[in-house]
Design a protein around this ligand. Structure first.
Ligand code: BGP
Length: 456
């Protein structure tokens, strides 16, 4: 089956990882802007300085031939300390209008890891007041941009954000606190999906978790059960809530045994039940693998793709059938097809890939970046996407991470994903020059052929 003509060929970024200008034009700092600068790096808040390269970057998107661009809006830029900022509105208006003028569909995530500092100070998502603030913020965005933006996502990787707050950051919170905050995010998401639907803005809204198939380490029943538990805890809890408006039973079993069942009011239940999503956006980097939990399961070295374990239920483990990136993430293109089937057979909603890509240390040699390894990775994943479409799964589009190099969530600037190189490093902010990588010219050809020509 051929990919349909209206399929969106995109690329992704997020505000705090791309924009810079973290304290300019009235922007309030977000939780990302107050993080300790990793050892050996310069100020990472400058990111790729997109805020000051807006036109140049949009021209690059246009030259690349993108039909969509997925980005996030910085809550603390457009609504610093809860007040609307004209300068914040101006920036995103210029971006959205600039994309539309270039024939590029804007795909907007309203929240991507960058909670305003003022809300963090009152407890962030553990405080129900954040739900109200999020609703106001989203209503503002829908009113400002609802007629121009057709694809909205609520929260980027709520599952990772939640698990990170306990597992990755080695936080001191209890599981109960972690899942209470998660519950508030689920309620907030449902409320804004309701606002969006009642407002009749004319587009689609959905979640954007990081979803990946979890394989059992062996063919034993114990490992299969571990994989199912891990998948319920990492994947389905979040999508069942967004699509069905209820908690996943296996995930709930884990929460009960962790003494982490959140307080859920009758009103919360009604809100979740009555306000569900229109489509599913998801980020996919590679699959996961689980084995039966042993007593000493722990979460050392966890991040988005590795290391999550819950004693008594599952232990995340390496899949020795897969290669890994230089940053230790498994590469599993065919796993994208498995994941797509798992999602679609559960929910039967259109899918949109909002992130997928290879993070590695590119080198600039004589003004060029020969990133054949990235082309190989993307080629195989687009092939798997084509097969998934051929299997009958409806896909809205594909937005690899990332359009342009940007700052990694926890690996500084040395871990790059972009089609465009940004001339800076961790130790030197450089001149921020944009340089098209080999993958730029390759992806341009892929887009021109509507995914038919994947050769390099
Ligand atoms: C996803 C996030 C992105 C992005 C990407 C790559 O989890 O949504 O923000 O950064 O992963 O991760 P990293 O930057 O850690 O390599």
């Amino acid at each position: 089956m051929k990919i349909s003509k209206d399929f969106l060929w995109g690329a992704s970024t997020s505000a705090y990882q791309f924009e810079g200008a973290w304290n300019e034009d009235g922007k309030e700092p977000s939780v990302q802007d107050i993080r300790t600068v990793p050892e050996g790096t310069t100020d990472f808040k400058v990111a790729s300085d997109h805020y000051h390269h807006l036109i140049e970057d949009m021209n690059l998107f246009s030259e690349l031939g993108l039909s969509a661009y997925r980005f996030s809006i910085s809550w603390s830029r457009i609504m610093p300390n809860g007040k609307v900022s004209d300068r914040g509105v101006k920036f995103y208006t210029e971006l959205i209008d600039g994309l539309l003028e270039r024939g590029i569909e804007p795909i907007v995530t309203v929240f991507h890891f960058d909670l305003p500092l003022s809300l963090s100070k009152i407890g962030g998502w553990s405080n129900r007041k954040t739900i109200d603030e999020f609703s106001k913020y989203c209503k503002l965005l829908f009113d400002l941009f609802g007629k121009k933006v057709k694809y909205w996502q609520t929260i980027n990787e709520q599952n990772i954000l939640t698990l990170a707050s306990k597992v990755i950051d080695g936080g001191n919170k209890t599981w109960k606190e972690v899942f209470q905050a998660n519950h508030h995010m689920l309620v907030a998401q449902a409320i804004v999906m309701g606002i969006y639907h009642r407002g009749d803005y004319g587009g689609l809204i959905g979640p954007a978790p990081n979803i990946c198939a979890i394989y059992p380490r062996t063919s034993s029943a114990q490992d299969q059960l571990a994989a199912d538990y891990m998948s319920s805890f990492r994947n389905w809890l979040y999508l069942d809530a967004a699509v069905y408006g209820r908690y996943n039973q296996m995930a709930m079993d884990i929460l009960k045994k962790l003494d982490a069942v959140p307080d859920i009011t009758d009103e919360d239940r009604n809100i979740m039940k009555n306000n569900t999503c229109d489509y599913i956006a998801f980020n996919y980097y590679g699959s996961g693998c689980a084995k039966e939990s042993t007593n000493n399961s722990n979460n050392k070295g966890s991040d988005q793709q590795q290391g999550l374990s819950i004693p008594g239920f599952f232990e995340s483990t390496e899949n020795n059938k897969l290669e890994e990136t230089e940053f230790g993430w498994p590469i599993d293109a065919e796993g994208l097809r498995v994941t797509a089937h798992q999602i679609y057979s559960r929910y039967e909603l259109p899918l949109l890939i909002t992130e997928n890509g290879l993070g590695c240390k590119d080198t600039l040699i004589n003004g060029k970046v020969h990133d054949q390894y990235r082309i190989d990775y993307l080629q195989k994943h687009i092939q798997a996407l084509r097969e998934s479409i051929n299997d009958g799964i409806p896909f809205i589009g594909y937005c690899p991470w990332s359009a342009v190099d940007l700052i990694s969530t926890h690996e500084g600037f040395r871990k790059r994903y972009g089609f465009v190189y940004v001339n800076r490093s961790d130790s030197d902010l450089g001149d921020m020059r944009r340089i098209k990588k080999d993958s730029f010219y390759w992806y341009k050809k892929v887009i021109e052929s509507n995914g038919e020509d994947l050769e390099y």
